[in-house]
Ligand binder design. Structure first.
Ligand code: CP
Length: 304
């Protein structure tokens, strides 16, 4: 595929090649000089219409580590505030000879529009509640790093599934790599349509959800996307669904703990677990850079 918008067009073989290549990129990042010439002469634009820390910084570093020029477009400081449209904005950037776009946008489908308006390769860095494919890839990479393979593994994802592009992308990706996914949350935050995906089951019972799980992922309660009616109270949510020591004790012995970030500490995850020995949360962050280097390389240079 020319773009990474979601995983619809991606075969298990290509996805595995991406993860294998990320290991090579990780070796580059372990060197004293963390730079290769792979993208020399190419210009990558990070076009962020919604805030980000991890995705934006790691993509910019990933592109620079491969010697690309990087232009960072921040919506808040742009002429969008004067009423300029997304289409006109993308056409302006493309006129400056941008070779590829990395797009985050609050609207589902916005990355597809940038692909259409620009005619250039686009990587979706999170669109609304629809997809965040590089987050799911770095999650898969982190689980694979731990267990050697996703085959036969069970991943429980607990939290605000309804508003989560991370949950959707993991539910698409992990079964393609041989894992089972259990999505868990209160019924109001658990869209039933996701049960139609192969390898995915839903549960409103967190203890049932983590039983047999090799990885337990907590998701942020996206209060900015909840305009009312989804939760009776945050305290009640935490009492039942918080990923804490008691819940982790119900998972497979030694199960790893993931969170895409940013975290609401002591709401969807206890600080003890987030900072504990089974947590791989900072490992996820670290792996994000190597995985994003691999995606950029795959789309802009080739698949070897
Ligand atoms: N996980 C994630 O996408 O984090 P940022 O919003 O900080 O990029």
């Amino acid at each position: 595929p020319r773009h990474l918008l979601d995983f619809t067009e991606w075969t298990p073989e290509r996805l595995t090649a991406l993860l294998d290549n990320a290991e090579t990129m990780g070796q580059v990042l372990d060197r004293p000089v963390k730079k290769v010439p792979a993208l020399q002469g190419l210009t990558v634009c990070t076009a962020f219409f919604e805030n980000s820390t991890r995705t934006r910084v790691s993509f910019e570093l990933a592109a620079r580590r491969m010697s690309a020029d990087v232009v960072s477009f921040a919506a808040g400081a742009s002429s969008l505030s004067k009423g300029e449209s997304l289409r006109d904005t993308v056409e302006v950037l493309t006129a400056y000879k941008v070779d590829a776009y990395i797009v985050r946008h609050p609207a589902s489908g916005a990355a597809h529009l940038v692909a259409r308006y620009s005619g250039k390769p686009v990587i979706n860095a999170g669109d609304g509640r629809r997809a965040h494919p590089t987050q799911a890839l770095l999650d898969a990479y982190t689980i694979r790093q731990e267990y050697g393979s996703l085959e036969g593994k069970t991943v429980a994802i607990i939290g605000d599934i309804r508003h989560s592009r991370v949950a959707r992308s993991n539910a698409e990706l992990l079964p393609k790599l041989g894992a089972k996914v259990v999505l868990c949350g209160p019924a109001t935050l658990l869209p039933v349509d996701l049960a139609a995906l192969p390898g995915v089951t839903l549960s409103t019972d967190p203890k049932e959800a983590v039983r047999g799980a090799h990885a337990v992922m907590a998701l942020r309660l996206q209060q900015e996307r909840m305009s009312g009616g989804y939760l009776a109270s945050l305290q009640e949510y935490a009492a039942t669904y918080q990923v804490n020591d008691a819940l982790l004790a119900e998972a497979e012995s030694g199960a790893i703990v993931l969170h895409p970030g940013p975290m609401n500490r002591d709401l969807e995850i206890s600080s003890d677990v987030a900072d504990g020995g089974q947590s791989r949360i900072l490992r996820q962050v670290e792996n994000g850079q190597a995985v994003r280097m691999s995606v950029l390389y795959h789309l802009l240079v080739g698949r070897e």
